[in-house]
Design a protein around this ligand. Structure first.
Ligand SMILES: [Zn+2]
Length: 276
């Protein structure tokens, strides 16, 4: 492992290794998944600001309290309790709309959000001169600002794996790739994202969000070895949190698309727990 990765690896390891808390009643955790929040192009990955605000209002009126993944990890480690009805609001890809449109709403409702950042997109959009509200992705300065405001918890969505071709996407293993080649490629990419998020924002993610929800039989072990405490997928459902750190891997989410009804979505997701 190159020295700079090794130093980062050591830092990550400091985040891991806490003994599990004693078994307690499981806490149910829905994790909502959003991408863009815009007036235009509404669809699966784009909801309007009015829809997001309606969600925030409904969650509050229904007794939900938004928490960060850091708080969820601390709960599993037995270091803190969680509110009665915790919920995580996750926004994938580090879209600029999250910094421009979502931040004021998070501030208005006092709601923290989890932002899963694609390293290469933040690098690319940070290199563009001037400001342009139509840009797809946020710059590092914008991400730093939302994190500094205490409203955006930055997490890792890979450096350059948010792409795909020939049926191979995200953290899929490529055809013909040996386990060692795959593990090295994944570790290098993920650590490159860790390094730039740390360098640009002073935050070190503890959660990996799978691009497109795509993973392999080897990916969870690689991410655990690198010190990650949790992984977020695109599988639909609600999670049971216990005192076992394993419960934080492969967390399910609820994709909130344009036109969807949040109360129905949450009820549908909760129904997946029955008999599981
Ligand atoms: Zn994504």
């Amino acid at each position: 492992m190159p020295r700079r990765f090794f130093l980062l690896f050591l830092g990550l390891m400091l985040l891991a290794g806490t003994a599990p808390a004693p078994e307690a009643d499981p806490v149910l955790l829905p994790i909502l998944m959003y991408h863009d929040v815009e007036e235009d192009g509404l669809g699966k990955d784009v909801v309007s600001p009015a829809e997001l605000e309606a969600d925030l209002r409904w969650l509050r009126a229904s007794g939900y309290t938004a928490v960060t993944m850091g708080e969820v990890i601390d709960f599993v480690d037995g270091r803190r309790s969680l509110p009665d009805k915790p919920v995580v609001l996750s926004f994938d890809d580090g879209r600029q709309s999250v910094c421009l449109t979502v931040l004021p709403l998070l501030r208005k409702y006092g709601t923290p959000a989890v932002l899963s950042v694609i390293g290469e997109s933040a690098d690319e959009f940070s290199a563009l001169p001037g400001e342009n509200p139509r840009r797809a992705h946020a710059s590092w300065a914008q991400l730093r600002a939302i994190a500094d405001a205490g409203l955006g918890e930055l997490q890792n969505h890979s450096y350059g794996l948010h792409r795909g071709s020939g049926g191979v996407f995200g953290c899929d293993r490529r055809p013909g790739e040996s386990p060692e080649e795959y593990e090295l490629r994944l570790a290098e990419d993920v650590l490159k994202a860790q390094e730039c998020i740390w360098r640009e924002t002073g935050r070190l993610p503890s959660v990996f969000t799978y691009p497109y929800g795509r993973c392999s039989a080897l990916s969870e072990a690689v991410l655990r070895e690198l010190g990650f405490r949790a992984t977020l997928t695109c599988d639909f459902g609600v999670n049971r949190l216990t005192g076992d750190p394993d419960c934080l891997f492969g967390l399910k989410r609820i994709c909130r698309s344009h036109g969807a009804d949040l109360p129905s979505l949450l009820a549908e997701a909760a129904a997946t727990l029955k008999g599981s």
